[in-house]
Design a protein around this ligand. Structure first.
Ligand SMILES: C[C@](O)(CO)[C@H](O)COP(=O)(O)OP(=O)(O)OC[C@H]1O[C@@H](n2ccc(N)nc2=O)[C@H](O)[C@@H]1O
Ligand SMILES: Nc1ncnc2c1ncn2[C@@H]1O[C@H](COP(=O)(O)OP(=O)(O)OP(=O)(O)O)[C@@H](O)[C@H]1O
Length: 277
């Protein structure tokens, strides 16, 4: 077990496409999603010691280090003792997996400290299994079936959130059509253009109900389009939207314009594969 602190990134999760294909008897929805991860994210610091959690970072004040925090729930499920520091860079309840990504990062850190992965990860959150590898994947079932995909092409992304927190259960509850067709066949994408053409034949089935709860999402999508996105869509249950741009420069310019609206907006790219160490 290392005596010094170790750092685990918790990359933001993006649902490039998210089809809701049905609902189980327990109320959870069946999903079919193309998921990828951005290099922007939270950061977890773990060191040996009694179990504790402190939180800092730009969005740290919106989140209590209490027993419900997914970082502590993940550590308790592993039976682990560790001092955890979470640097919260991502807005909370924003459709980019923050809590699930944090829980998965804690589990990866604990693995490096010699603890085992606990069973039944989904008790922590539907997105935890896909966030564990934090690599592009097709996610099905309620999130438990994760099929890794070949690396996606280079993407110049902007993530933008209009400072509106959306409750995932509330967005699901607003859905009117819960049985939709699955994703079309996912090919190997050679270029961003090929990926965008494929995305145009897909949906985020949560976008319409989320937009009824928070119409400002429509303004974010329009602003991404107006600042040159080749494609823009909401991620997860919202309200964060992503735009795909031609170049780093155009993405940075768009993020600057959107941030001047008072929105959280960052230019980013796909996360590098996680390297344990
Ligand atoms: C919508 C997605 O963002 C797509 O990646 C995720 O599936 C949501 O994942 P998450 O935030 O980890 O979700 P959880 O914390 O497990 O679930 C929150 C709530 O969302 C609803 N929920 C979630 C996942 C799912 N497949 N069906 C659902 O109906 C349930 O009401 C659940 O109580
Ligand atoms: N470490 C954490 N980070 C963020 N939220 C947490 C955390 N621990 C517990 N939560 C709770 O989980 C709720 C959902 O937050 P989260 O940021 O995971 O949502 P999300 O980005 O919409 O997730 P998803 O994309 O998986 O739907 C929040 O309301 C928050 O109170």
């Amino acid at each position: 077990m290392p005596m010094t602190s170790l750092v685990e990134p918790a990359p933001a999760k993006l649902n490039l496409a998210l089809h809701v294909t049905g609902r189980r008897a327990d109320g959870y929805h069946l999903l079919d999603s193309l998921v990828c991860f951005a290099s922007v994210g939270d950061e977890l610091h773990l060191s040996p010691g009694p179990l504790s959690l402190s939180i800092d970072g730009p969005f740290g004040e919106g989140l209590a280090p209490d027993d419900d925090n997914l970082c502590l729930r993940a550590a308790r499920l592993s039976g682990a003792e560790a001092a955890i520091r979470l640097t919260k860079n991502l807005p909370v309840a924003s459709g980019i997996g923050g809590g699930s990504a944090d829980a998965a990062a804690v589990l990866r850190g604990l693995l490096r400290m010699g603890y085992e992965l606990p069973p039944d990860l989904q008790r922590l959150g539907a997105d935890v299994p896909v966030c564990l590898a934090s690599a592009s994947a097709r996610m099905q079932g309620i999130g438990e079936h994760v099929t890794p995909l070949p690396a996606l092409p280079v993407l110049h992304l902007v993530l933008a959130n209009p400072a509106v927190a959306l409750s995932t259960p509330q967005v699901f509850a607003m859905m009117e059509q819960r049985e939709n067709p699955p994703l079309p066949k996912i090919p190997d994408f050679g270029t961003a253009g090929e990926l965008i053409r494929w995305l145009r034949g897909t949906r985020n089935d949560l976008e319409e109900p989320a937009r009824r709860l928070a119409p400002v999402i429509g303004e974010v999508l329009a602003a991404l389009d107006a600042t040159g996105a080749g494609f823009a869509r909401m991620s997860g249950s919202g309200a964060t939207c992503f735009g795909i741009f031609d170049s780093v420069g155009r993405a940075a310019e768009s993020a600057g314009i959107l941030a001047r609206q008072g929105w959280w907006a960052v230019a980013t790219e796909l996360a590098q594969p996680l390297v344990p160490g």
